[in-house]
Design a binder for this molecule. Structure first.
Ligand SMILES: [Zn+2]
Ligand SMILES: [Zn+2]
Ligand SMILES: [Zn+2]
Length: 305
């Protein structure tokens, strides 16, 4: 339920991260620039304002991506679209690494907001509201944009950053599955509030955004239930995931690479009972990392970081 590369233009690549722009962004940009045309003496300022929003969102997403890579995760793609941006970030499945990856986005706005606020105050003192009204209005709007993005993103509604921060904090205490379950249930309450707000403001835009958040929260909830089911399946001793150290489940969950029959790779030594094809990699149900079967043989788990 998030925009992907398909339907998007590749804009540029920086720090090993590819930035894409979804086509719908341009449509909404034209609409928004027109709608605010009366705010400035020239449309050029409206374009500058929208680009300011674009750069703000981009920096926020770079915050997520770079933090994710800093803690050893994978993140090489950012897609921007009208509902903001999506940094495809895959931090290592540890609460601390996840917390830093999520928190780094709003931290960018926490730096930008006081910066633009100070610039607005300063130029206001210099009387630019009268002498350079367009530039003053531009600074004022960017202050608002950063303030609103900061507050909105920190709402504890999964999958907004605030909801994900809440989840990673709960993760330290309750584990991954339960923390996600709790965060998504709290998210449903918050989404109900967002829908109420959309109705109150009679805003189609807010309604669309609430629906989008609801669908992603629902997917998170289903994922949490899947993780809980996974926790109840008995584990096989003698093996451990080379990436996260968790033992594999004792069950036929790995599809054969040739015929697709679900096999218990660690009971059959990777040989498919149906077609005899040997599977040489096994994906970890806990962390998602695919590793060669030979590396799964029991080794001491990595020290907790
Ligand atoms: Zn964010
Ligand atoms: Zn693993
Ligand atoms: Zn097979």
């Amino acid at each position: 339920m998030t925009p992907t590369k398909s339907g998007s233009f590749h804009l540029f690549r920086a720090f090993g991260i590819d930035v894409y722009l979804h086509w719908s962004w341009l449509v909404i940009a034209v609409y928004s620039i027109q709608a605010r045309a009366h705010e400035y003496s020239s449309l050029v300022w409206n374009v500058a304002e929208y680009l300011g929003l674009f750069v703000t969102v981009l920096l926020h997403e770079f915050g997520h991506s770079l933090a994710c890579r800093q803690v050893g995760g994978k993140s090489d793609q950012i897609v921007l679209w009208p509902l903001g941006g999506v940094a495809y970030a895959n931090p290592p499945p540890r609460p601390g690494a996840t917390l830093w990856t999520i928190a780094a986005g709003p931290l960018v706005n926490m730096v930008l907001f006081p910066l633009f606020f100070a610039l607005t105050l300063l130029t206001g003192q210099l009387g630019w509201e009268g002498t350079h009204p367009d530039f003053y209005r531009f600074l004022e709007t960017l202050t608002w944009i950063n303030g609103i993005l900061l507050v909105f993103n920190l709402l504890p509604i999964y999958p907004l950053d605030g909801g994900q921060i809440l989840q990673s904090l709960l993760w330290f205490v309750f584990g991954r599955a339960r923390s996600l379950l709790v965060a998504t249930v709290i998210g449903f309450v918050g989404v109900a509030g967002l829908f109420g707000w959309a109705i109150y403001t009679r805003s189609v835009w807010n309604g669309v955004m609430s629906a989008f958040i609801f669908m992603n929260c629902w997917q998170g909830f289903k994922y949490a239930r899947g993780l809980l089911r996974l926790e109840r399946i008995p584990r096989r001793s003698g093996y451990a995931c080379p990436a996260c150290g968790k033992p594999p489940v004792a069950g036929a969950i790995w599809p054969c690479p040739s015929c697709g029959t679900p096999n218990d790779i660690f009971a059959t030594n990777g040989v498919c009972p149906q077609c005899q094809v040997i599977a040489d990699v096994a994906g970890c149900p806990d962390c998602g990392t695919a590793s060669p079967v030979s590396l799964w043989r029991k080794r001491p788990p990595p020290p907790p970081r």
